[in-house]
Design a protein around this ligand. Sequence first.
Ligand SMILES: Nc1ncnc2c1ncn2[C@@H]1O[C@H](COP(=O)(O)OP(=O)(O)OP(=O)(O)O)[C@@H](O)[C@H]1O
Length: 574
Amino acid sequence: MMNSLERKRLNSYQKEAVLDESPACLVNANVGSGKTTVLTEKVRYLHEERLVPYEKMMVLTFTNKAADEIAERLGIEKSMWGFGTFHSVARQLLCKYLPEKCTVEDTDRAVNQNETTDWNREFEVIEPEEELQMLLDLVDANGYKIKYKNRLQARLENDYEAYLQGKPKGKYKDDLFRVFPLLDRKKRQENKMSFADLIREGTKCAEEHRKELGLQWIIVDEVQDSDQKQLDFIEALKDAQTRFFAVGDPNQVIYSWRGTAPNMFFMIKHRFEAKELSLPVNYRSSDVILEAANRFLQFGGKIEGSGVKGDKILIKNHYDPFIEAEYLTERIRKLHEDGLPYSQIAVFYRVQKQAEILEKVFERAELPVTFSNVGKEGEVLHFMTLHASKGLEFDYVFIVGLNQGLIPLRCTGMEQEEEEMRLFFVGLTRARKNLELSYYTNPTIPGVFEAPSRYLKRLPEHLLDWEEKPGSEERKANLQSLRRQAVETIRRKSAEENMAETEPVKQKERQIETESVKQEERHTNTEERVVRRGRHPKYGEGIITSEDDMTIEVEFPGYGKKQFLKAFGEIDVS
Ligand SMILES: Nc1ncnc2c1ncn2[C@@H]1O[C@H](COP(=O)(O)OP(=O)(O)OP(=O)(O)O)[C@@H](O)[C@H]1O
């Protein structure tokens, strides 16, 4: 009975999850613990050993990427009935159960008699932009007044659902709620559905045809990403005999802004009265990476590793994003020369804006890069936002821009703070073997501070390898070389660019020179000062041997010289 499972060498937790046949079961899985493995093995087991026909199962995912991976592992067609994203499965249902297309005569008659024609199974799915344009056309055609047009997409997403649920008017005194009935009618007449329409109409359709569908299993991947409407869809599909099995990780909720509650995992457990199983062992990352990630874990105990110690996490500082991009090209070239395939290297950043400089510099360096998590396969480097990194794994991961105000972004409340932390957790846990984190001295992004991220302080010191924690002489030399490097690079670039750009480049050059001279001056002044003392909770009282804007160096009796980042506030200066 268990032969095919044994072949796959599942651990005991994974086996238990695969074999479980409770009416509802929720697997609380740690990052990298084999969620996808369990899900695919479960489908295979049910189909091959328990002889459940595919048409009696639904396997729902949140992304096309996950759907593709599951289909590939199972060796089934991506378009197979009941497999795919929530949207594609809702579409399948509607294509099966909506009325067939009306004849031309039917449509003419309906239009003549001013009847609304309705969606039929040949409907077209429209992008949010097209729906917005339909709305704007109706506003213009009817001379309606709409406030805050620049936020209309968001208002459409939120208020349209409210209108459909019977809410008569919105927050603002304008004509938006008068356009909604026209929009609804137009979409039906033109046989077009938005993504939200798909799930809502799909849910109605599932309710009507639940008995006929007679599902034996509903299986959901990454269930922590669900929103209320997707849960309604699952509930609509579920009949008395239908078993519900879902895998998810409460520590990887990073889409609260899209309507997922941070505690969704536990809400689902309650709603479906599900039994909870766990997958504790992470097979992906080294122990060093997991110990770092554990500091950002919000739910559950420690993540267990599979016993590979791994290298320390490298912490780097770069003058600015430009110098960093130059550094990355060289570093990545070297890693590749040393035998690491480009496809095993990824660079993550927090905001899209950071990609601009990286893109330019990497293009010039002629390295094979893709700036998304999909698309180009094969021997390419991956550059992407932390959000896009979810579900992926790489041997060597760079996370850039660990500055206050960037990672984490400035937050307005606790919930946002927690989500930022989960996002960083997702980023860290993509790495199998090596992690490199970096922050800028001069971030050049509005709203981002020079101070290194407080997340660096959260990481256990013994796991970190600060690239340079220099003493005073070394530091001075480093600042000088940093300045030389920056100026040289800019000179080289300015020679390449056209003349029109010379002046701003010069300004930048001057700015860097002034800044580094200032830093050196401050530095020298510190050295000339009378003895100052600082106190550390562990090392006691010591003498401050050097100091600049960001760091402070203190010599402690019995411990020697130690450097600290001021932003972490570990030293009390007397
Ligand atoms: N029992 C096992 N023995 C050895 N390796 C395993 C086992 N189960 C899973 N793995 C490996 O661990 C890695 C992570 O597995 P998988 O991608 O299924 O995890 P996941 O939980 O879906 O990850 P994430 O939480 O990041 O989405 C994969 O490389 C997989 O091959």
